[in-house]
Design a protein around this ligand. Structure first.
Ligand SMILES: C[S@@+](CC[C@H](N)C(=O)[O-])C[C@H]1O[C@@H](n2cnc3c(N)ncnc32)[C@H](O)[C@@H]1O
Length: 235
């Protein structure tokens, strides 16, 4: 099912269904950098990861993906590989994606490439760029993720606000996120909601509250701890 969105203040995409913006109206790109890239400590970790798998709940406009590609490419890690796996139940159209990403001329060529790859009707598997593999599962992450076999080094938890989109933050889904994270893998999210924090702790993450983006006082980051992995291996 396609998303229903409206444009607030002219060109900021807001979901009508969830009554929530796709990205921060202050500066979506800076938000991606603060919350997801720094929240997962990726600039420090990337040079050490030959194969880095990043998974995301909520592909939305593709902004997180493109900003990740931009920053990863800037490091020029000649033999490293980036594998980006995302989930999207209510995809936007190609035209909406282009408009949503048009705020950032720096992302123009990547945005054009993404719109050529994008198909809201079916799961996308693409060699997006040299050494960058992109998979976007179209459908409900709750149904799809339990059937997939991968472990992420980092998760971007980017559903709409937990109060408005609770199904993308449920304890059951957070458990799946934990199961699909490698030892010492991390997550980051813009929210600091208590039930999300508890769900992620139950899923095996050591969770910390840190300074949020812009006017948001707090957000959550975390690392999957040894303790949980060893218990998993015993069973
Ligand atoms: C805040 S937006 C994501 C923004 C996005 N990361 C970006 O860079 O533009 C949240 C996204 O989660 C998607 N979503 C909501 N519930 C979902 C579900 N159960 N499974 C998969 N995607 C879902 C929404 O359609 C929306 O695109």
């Amino acid at each position: 099912m396609l998303s229903k969105l409206e444009w607030r203040d002219g060109d900021f995409p807001v979901s009508i269904q969830f009554d929530d913006p796709y990205y921060s109206i202050t500066d979506g790109r800076a938000e991606t950098d603060h919350v997801f890239i720094n929240g997962n400590d990726l600039i420090q970790r990337w040079p050490e990861l030959q194969n880095c798998t990043i998974a995301e709940l909520g592909f939305g406009t593709g902004l997180n993906f493109l900003e990740t590609v931009k920053q990863w490419q800037a490091l020029n890690l000649s033999i490293a590989k980036l594998n980006f796996i995302s989930f999207e139940q209510y995809p936007i159209t190609k035209e909406e994606m282009r408009k949503a990403l048009s705020h950032w001329p720096e992302l123009e060529s990547l945005s054009k490439k993404l719109s050529e790859t994008w198909n809201p009707e079916k799961t996308i598997e693409s060699e997006f760029s040299e050494n960058i593999h992109l998979t976007i599962h179209i459908g409900d992450a709750n149904i799809i993720l339990p059937n997939l076999n991968f472990k992420a080094d980092a998760w971007y938890l980017d559903g709409f606000s937990p109060a408005k989109n609770p199904e993308l933050w449920s304890e059951a889904l957070m458990l799946e996120v934990g199961k699909h994270t490698c030892l010492q893998g991390t997550f980051a999210t813009y929210t600091a909601a208590g039930f999300v924090k508890r769900g992620l702790q139950a899923a095996g993450f050591e969770v910390k509250k840190v300074k949020g983006f812009g006017r948001k006082r707090e957000m959550l980051i975390g690392r999957k701890s040894n303790k949980v992995e060893s218990t998993e291996n015993e069973s």
